[in-house]
Unconditional design. Structure first.
Length: 240
């Protein structure tokens, strides 16, 4: 047993035989550098982004305003020409409302979809903090970093030639669906540019179930933003 332990430890020290977690950390460290470095990425731990939305599937246009505190809080305000929608998630709980329906707590697929949206906003620095929860596979020029949170799965397609995430694929199991069918959400990132030291994708193309739902273009930003705790407050349950 002693000989085996020494042999394993020796292998772990060789450059081509690093354990998977070490390869994940190396890949993420390269991504952190590409996206602007640790100190710049810390600005995204709390930020606000405003996007123009071409809502392809609904034939409308509007604004997507995101308020983000990683890794747990997200508020999204969607403003279309004839309607609006609010989404808030904090930890494992979330709520949705619209111009017609008051903000109320949600569960099941609506909540899971919000959690996947928050998951895709993880930066390379967020993922580095979660490196022990990640798995890695390869496909062509991509290292695919995958994280599971309950029944949700998120995969980040890290381009090894640029050290940038070109695509996020999130999936959730649909309750009651035969054979454990899953719904898949895809976001493709492009038009990268450096803003205040941070590399951002200024264009997002989104798909749900293989259907192009939206094309988004970055309009405005605020990094290292400060939000009151009440800003992410969820509605109280009836009777409380």
């Amino acid at each position: 047993m002693v000989g085996v332990f020494i042999f394993t430890a020796t292998l772990m020290g060789c450059g081509n035989t690093e354990p998977e977690v070490s390869q994940i950390e190396v890949a993420l460290n390269k991504a952190v550098t590409e996206y602007g470095g640790t100190e710049n990425l810390k600005k995204l731990n709390s930020h606000k982004l405003i996007w123009d939305i071409e809502a392809v599937s609904r034939g409308d246009r509007g604004r997507d305003i995101r308020f983000v505190v990683l890794p747990s809080k997200l508020r999204v305000e969607l403003e279309y020409t004839k309607s609006s929608e609010s989404r808030i998630i904090d930890g494992d709980a979330g709520a949705r409302g619209s111009s017609l329906i008051p903000l109320s707590m949600v569960s099941g697929p609506p909540l899971d979809a919000m959690k996947l949206q928050r998951m895709r906003l993880y930066t390379p620095l967020t993922l580095l903090a979660k490196k022990d929860e990640l798995m890695m596979s390869e496909a062509g020029t991509y290292k695919i970093l995958t994280i599971k949170e309950g029944t949700l799965t998120g995969s980040y397609y890290l381009n090894t030639s640029t050290n940038r995430v070109d695509k996020f694929v999130g999936s959730m199991t649909l309750p009651g669906a035969p054979g454990g069918a899953k719904m898949e959400f895809v976001t493709e990132y492009s038009d990268f540019g450096v803003i205040e030291g941070i590399l951002l994708a200024k264009r997002e193309v989104k798909y749900a179930g293989g259907v192009n739902t939206a094309v988004m273009t970055l309009l405005a930003y605020k990094f290292a933003a400060e939000f009151d705790e009440e800003f992410f407050a969820l509605p109280k349950a009836a009777g409380n």
